[in-house]
Write a new protein. Structure first.
Lengths: 288, 430
C-alpha cells in the first residue's frame, strides 16, 4: 500500500514540511468555495499562535446559515484550534493569540466590547469527551438558562429542559429520572445530555469538537441522526476524524492541513472529486 | 542475542523466579513490619497515657461533719455577698476536723490534720450555703475534697508497688485509716476536672480553662485561615497569570509551610502585640498567630484540591457561557471542597497541638479563670499539658496524662467531623 508518513503531529505548521512523495506547492489561497453569500459567521485571514508558535495560518472561511460544515484533516492540523476560536474558548488558554477577523452576524467577536460570555450564549459548544456536570440531569440542562436568566419561573425552566432533552433525543430515556446524576449514564447518553445542555440556551451556532470520538458506533449513529435534525434550526460546525461521518452529516467540508485551510467544497464534491492534491491524498488514505 | 535451548531457558527462568518470589516476600514483610512497628508505638503511647492518666478522672472525698456556725463563720445573712466572701468557711472545716479527731493536740499536729482536706473545701461549703441559706447554724455531714497527697495515696493503695507516700506522714496515714474504717473516704468521678480552670492545688485543677482557650483560639484560626487560604488558592490557580511574580509567591508559600512554628510566635509578638497592641495572652492573638502558621498549609492543600477538578468541567461551564467567577463558584469550589476541608482540618489539628508560638505571645501564663471570650486571658490545651508536666506535685503527673487524653479526644472528634463532612459533600457532588 502506498501509505506515506507525514510529520503532521503537533501544531508546528512549518511550510517546508511537505508530505514526502506528494509533489505539490502549498496553496497561497484556499481552493474551492470558502465564501458563501449571507453567511452566519465569517472568518477572514485568521492566524492563531500558541506562545509564538503558529498553529493556524491565514484562514478565510464562511459558515452559512443552517448549514453543517465539517472540518477534517490529519491530527494536529489545527481544526480543533480553529473551532475553538469561533466562540473564544481559546481565551482561557494562556499564550494563545488570535489575529484576523471573525464575525457573527456581521459583528466582530474579538472586538473589545464583545463579552465572551454573551458570545458563548449564541455559539454553544459540545466537546470531544462527554463532560456533564456532576449534578442531576435536570440541573445540567437548566444550568445555562438559569445562568443567562432565560427563564423566569420554574415552569419555564421545566419546559426548556423538556424541549432540549427531546431535541437531543434523550427525553424518553430520562424523563423519569431527571434527578439522577448525569454522570451515571452511558457515554452516548452523556454526550446527548451535553448536546441538550448546549441547545438549552438556544444558541445560533453549535460547535462540535469530535463529538463521537469517545463513543461506540451505535451511539455515534444516534448523534449523527441528531445532528441532521438539529441542522434545521441551528448552524453547526463539526470537527471530526471520521471522513465517513463528515460525508454523512455535513453540507460542506473544509480540509485543514498543517494549520492551513487547503480546500473547502460541497461535501459531495470533496469526497468524489477533490480539487487539491492534498485533499485527495487525505481522503484516499495516503496521508492522515 | 545468545542462543538458548528451550530447556536451558526454562531452567534460567525458574531459577530467577524463585529469587524474585523471595524478594517479593521480603518486600511485603518490610511493609508489614513497618506497620506493626507503628501500631506498637501508638499502642504503647496510649497504654502509657491511659494507665497514668485514668486516675485523674477520680477524686478522693472525705465525709466530715461540719457546723455552719453563724459566729464562727461571721455570716448572719447568706444573701449578703460581702459577708459571704469574707466568711471563714475554712475555719468551719478545721473545726469539723478537730471534732472528728479529738485526740490531736498541739499546733503542729493540728496543722498537719488540717492539711488532709483540700483548700478548696471552704469554697465548696460557701457555695452550698449560698444555694441553701437554711443551712445556717445547722450541723450536717458533707463530702469534702481531700488534699492531693491523700488523694494520690488513697488511689494508689491497690498498686502492686505499694501506695505512693510522697509527703504523707505517719499521722496522716493513721487518720486516713481511721476514716476508711468508718467508711468516710470514697472516690467519685472527677467532674470538676472538666468544669474548672487551672489551680496550684492539683485536686482542684481542671482542664476547662485550657479547653475553652483552645476552642476560642481555633475558632479565630478557622474563620480567618480557611477563607483567606481558599481565596488565595482560588486566585493563584484560576485567575493569576503565570509569571515571575506568581512563581515567587508560590515558592514563598511553600517555604512558609516549613518555617518552624516558634518563628510565627515571634512574628506575632512583634507585629500583633508590640505594633498593633493587641492584648497579650488572649485567644485573639493566639488565633492570629496560628492563622499565619496554618495559612500556607491550607493554601497548598486547597490548590491541590482545585487542580484535581477535571478541566473538562471548567470547559463545560465556560462553553455554556459561565463567567470565570461563576465557573469557580458553581463548579470548581463545590468539587474541590472535600479536599480543601481535609487540608483545613489537618491544618487545624496541627494548630490545636501547637505550643511553641503560644509561648511567645504569653499564652503560657497561669490562668485560673475560664475564658469567656476572645479577649480573655487564656492558655491552650498543649500549653496546659506543658505547664502541668512542669509542676512538682505528684498528682500533676496523672493530670498531665489526663490532659493529653482530652487533647487526643479533641483531635479524634475533629478528624471524625472532617471525615463525615467530606463523605457527605462527596456524595452530594458525584
Amino acid at each position: 500500500m502506498n501509505r506515506i508518513e507525514t510529520h503532521a503531529s503537533g501544531p508546528s505548521g512549518q511550510l517546508s514540511e511537505k508530505p514526502p512523495g506528494i509533489e505539490v506547492d502549498y496553496p497561497e489561497e484556499t481552493v474551492g468555495t470558502p465564501l458563501v453569500s449571507n453567511p452566519k459567521m465569517s472568518v477572514r485571514n485568521v492566524d492563531v499562535s500558541y506562545s509564538g508558535k503558529q498553529a493556524i495560518h491565514n484562514v478565510t472561511l464562511d459558515i452559512g446559515k443552517h448549514e453543517v460544515i465539517a472540518m477534517i484533516g490529519p491530527s494536529g492540523c489545527g481544526k480543533s484550534t480553529f473551532l475553538r476560536c469561533l466562540n473564544r474558548m481559546n481565551d482561557t488558554i494562556e499564550g494563545c493569540g488570535v489575529s484576523g477577523l471573525i464575525t457573527l452576524d456581521g459583528e466582530d467577536i474579538y472586538a473589545a466590547d464583545m463579552d465572551p460570555v454573551a458570545l458563548r450564549a449564541k455559539v454553544g459548544i459540545v466537546f470531544q469527551k462527554p463532560n456533564p456536570f456532576p449534578k442531576s440531569i435536570y440541573d445540567n440542562v437548566a444550568y445555562g438558562p438559569r445562568l443567562h436568566g432565560l427563564a423566569s419561573s420554574r415552569a419555564e425552566i421545566d419546559e426548556i429542559v423538556e424541549v432540549s432533552l427531546t431535541r437531543a433525543g434523550l427525553w424518553n430515556e430520562v424523563k423519569d429520572r431527571l434527578e439522577q446524576p448525569g454522570t451515571g449514564f452511558s457515554g452516548g447518553q452523556q454526550q446527548r445530555l451535553c448536546i441538550a445542555r448546549a441547545i438549552a440556551i438556544s444558541p445560533d451556532v453549535i460547535l462540535m469538537d469530535e463529538p463521537c470520538s469517545a463513543l461506540d458506533p451505535i451511539a455515534s449513529a444516534k448523534i449523527e441522526e441528531l445532528i441532521a435534525e438539529l441542522s434545521q434550526n441551528y448552524t453547526i460546525a463539526i470537527v471530526t476524524h471520521s471522513m465517513q461521518q463528515a460525508a454523512r452529516v455535513s453540507n460542506r467540508t473544509a480540509y485543514f492541513h498543517l494549520g492551513r485551510l487547503v480546500e473547502v467544497n460541497d461535501t459531495e464534491k470533496i469526497f468524489t472529486a477533490p480539487t487539491h492534491q492534498l485533499t485527495e491524498a487525505y481522503i484516499t488514505g495516503r496521508i492522515g | 542475542m545468545t542462543n538458548l535451548t528451550p530447556a536451558s531457558r526454562e531452567q534460567k527462568i525458574q531459577r530467577g523466579l524463585k529469587k524474585r518470589h523471595r524478594a517479593e516476600r521480603r518486600f511485603r514483610i518490610y511493609g508489614a513490619s513497618a506497620i506493626i512497628f507503628g501500631l506498637m508505638c501508638v499502642f504503647l503511647l496510649f497504654a502509657d497515657i491511659i494507665s497514668k492518666g485514668h486516675k485523674a478522672f477520680l477524686l478522693t472525698y472525705i465525709n466530715l461533719e461540719v457546723v455552719y456556725d453563724q459566729d464562727a463563720l461571721g455570716v448572719d445573712d447568706p444573701a449578703d455577698a460581702i459577708q459571704m466572701s469574707s466568711g471563714d468557711f475554712h475555719g468551719v472545716v478545721k473545726a469539723g476536723l478537730r471534732n472528728r479527731f479529738l485526740d490531736v493536740n498541739g499546733r503542729k499536729n493540728k496543722r498537719e490534720l488540717y492539711s488532709i482536706i483540700s483548700n478548696g473545701a471552704g469554697y465548696e461549703l460557701r457555695d452550698s450555703l449560698k444555694d441553701k441559706p437554711a443551712l445556717l447554724n445547722k450541723t450536717i455531714k458533707v463530702w469534702l475534697i481531700a488534699d492531693d497527697d491523700i488523694d494520690t495515696y488513697y488511689k494508689s493503695l491497690g498498686d502492686k508497688t505499694g501506695p505512693f507516700k510522697g509527703r504523707m506522714t505517719d499521722n496522716k496515714e493513721v487518720w486516713l485509716q481511721e476514716l476508711m474504717r468508718s467508711g468516710d473516704v470514697e472516690t467519685r468521678f472527677n467532674f470538676s476536672f472538666f468544669s474548672q480552670g487551672d489551680s496550684r492545688e492539683p485536686e482542684l485543677a481542671g482542664i476547662r480553662g485550657a479547653a475553652m482557650g483552645s476552642f476560642y483560639t481555633l475558632v479565630i484560626t478557622i474563620f480567618l485561615a480557611f477563607p483567606l487560604g481558599v481565596a488565595a488558592a482560588v486566585y493563584l490557580e484560576e485567575f493569576a497569570p503565570r509569571n515571575r511574580w506568581t512563581d515567587l509567591i508560590e515558592v514563598n508559600i511553600n517555604n512558609l509551610a516549613a518555617v518552624p512554628s516558634i518563628i510565627f510566635g515571634l512574628l506575632g509578638l512583634a507585629v500583633f502585640i508590640n505594633f498593633f497592641h493587641v492584648p497579650r495572652s488572649v485567644p485573639l492573638v493566639g488565633g492570629l498567630v496560628l492563622t499565619l502558621m496554618t495559612l500556607p498549609t491550607i493554601i497548598i492543600s486547597s490548590r491541590a484540591a482545585i487542580k484535581s477538578v477535571p478541566p473538562s468541567i471548567r470547559e463545560a461551564a465556560i462553553g455554556v457561557g459561565a463567567s470565570p467567577m461563576q465557573v469557580v463558584l458553581h463548579h470548581v469550589l463545590p468539587l474541590a471542597m472535600p479536599g480543601m476541608l481535609t487540608g483545613a482540618i489537618i491544618g487545624m489539628a496541627r494548630a490545636l497541638g501547637e505550643t511553641a508560638p503560644l509561648l511567645m505571645i504569653g499564652m503560657v501564663a497561669f490562668i485560673v479563670d475560664i475564658p469567656n471570650g476572645f479577649t480573655d486571658p487564656a492558655t491552650a490545651l498543649p500549653v496546659q499539658i506543658f505547664l502541668w508536666a512542669d509542676s512538682p506535685e505528684r498528682a500533676f503527673v496523672e493530670k498531665t496524662s489526663a490532659a493529653i487524653m482530652v487533647l487526643l479526644a479533641f483531635l479524634v472528634v475533629m478528624n471524625t467531623f472532617a471525615v463525615v463532612l467530606r463523605k457527605r459533600l462527596e456524595r452530594r457532588w458525584s
